[in-house]
Design a protein around this ligand. Sequence first.
Ligand code: GLU
Length: 528
Amino acid sequence: KFPYRKLPNKAEVTRMAPSPTGFIHLGNLYSALADERIAHRNGGVFYLRIEDTDEKRKVDGAVETIINVLRYFDIEFDEGAGFDDTDPRNAYGPYFQRQRVEIYHTYAKSLVERGLAYPCFCTEEELDKVRAKQEEDKVLTGYYGEYATCRNLSYEEVEANIKAGKPYVLRLRSQGSPDKEITFVDAIKGEIKLPENIHDIVLLKKDGIPTYHFAHAIDDHLMRTTTVVRGGEWLASAPIHYELFHLLGFKMPAYAHTAHLMKFDEETGGKRKLSKRKDPELSLDYYRKDGYHPYTMKVYLLTLLNSNFEEWHEKFPDKDINEFPFSVEKMNQSGALFDKDKLHNICKNELSKLSEEELYDFLYDWAKENEPENVEKWFGDREKMLQILRLYMGVGAKRRRKDLMYAKQIFELISYFFDGESAEEMDEFKLDEDMVSKILKSYLAKYDHNDDNSVWFNKLKEIADEHGFASDMKAYKANPENFKGNVSDIAEAVRIAVTGRANTPDLWTIVHIMGEEQMTERIKKHIK
Ligand code: GLU
């Protein structure tokens, strides 16, 4: 219908081929990032194909979810599902496997004609029996060789079974031998040697719908995929795919099997694979909901993915990461260890490089999506929010502060500007209640909103002297036993009363963003 892609010579074609379960995880983003980089380094194409052959696992809206989540992380497809059918970019569609069933049947028929596929009428019970026997005999389980009883049915037997309405699957007549090996080069793992496939795997299920093995081989060929990046769990199936490509007369794409994402397991003290059930942070939606900035996630994944990214990024901190000379060959070969602390450090570092306007826009977009009821409260006064962000980013200070990690955490950190503090959320005063009350009383008596930062601080020192605390740090350090504490204890009492937190950026600035009235109200709550 449309002209085929016209791509430069070295261009690579990559794809993401998810099943539409609606769950997309960190590993998908990890592969997608590699796919996108590989495709775009030489002017190629990254397309989306939906592997919806398993009706049971299908979830409505899953395709939109995939596209939206990846778009949030700044990854865009060039072609495939999600594009309009009339879009000339979609020259190799349809991109939903359910709409391609006739295509698979055409290839299936040609394999049957060539004697390379046959119908199998075995029931589940029969297959279970064979498996039990194999287990008993301690031999490889599966449908192969002498155990593949339907392999040798005569034409007449097959015909009779079909006429009798017996359900059947279509199986590959494997040509593999257990004594031979296949060899291929995996772009990440290097040369791979594995025993040849000998299993007569299912190509078409009883309802005529293909299996992943069969469908993906045909699609990767017809859609001109040059490079397949997929999870390491598929490596074990590579011999099946090798045989299928070979028997179908297709050239195999280059493979890159990514490392599993691992996690340190507190229970066992060892490493384990991230699991959908145990680890909410495996789901990409987790990061979108909590408002991790897409750029920070990309920096993190590139750090995990490519052994030389971190060094490059440190050397050129201001270069856009899209300029990083990505190479599949340098991708981590074994389990990449997912580490939240590391992710958070990267978040702090990267967010500190934004301008306050950029951060403002990001937070605003996140809030509109996730906390619409708070948008007016937080963003009603643009200048106030900008001042808060400037303060938290340390704009104007010698060194930028690095406290901010992701949207949700930021709003928690600055909530006292908008919500006050409930007793449960407050850090505890270190001094006893009576002392706090006395200090705060003196503070209000002396407070003048027109004082500059240093006059204001001198007043804190006066309060220290009044109540037996040291106003002079040298004097305090020489004889701490002569004092109840020092001026920093005074500042801390005021800080906790005003903000509910023992650690904040500059208190004087906070009070001036907040205004005298709100400050006074908060302080009064803690005076007996
Ligand atoms: N549909 C497969 C999955 O979701 C795709 C594997 C592949 O990328 O080839 O795991």
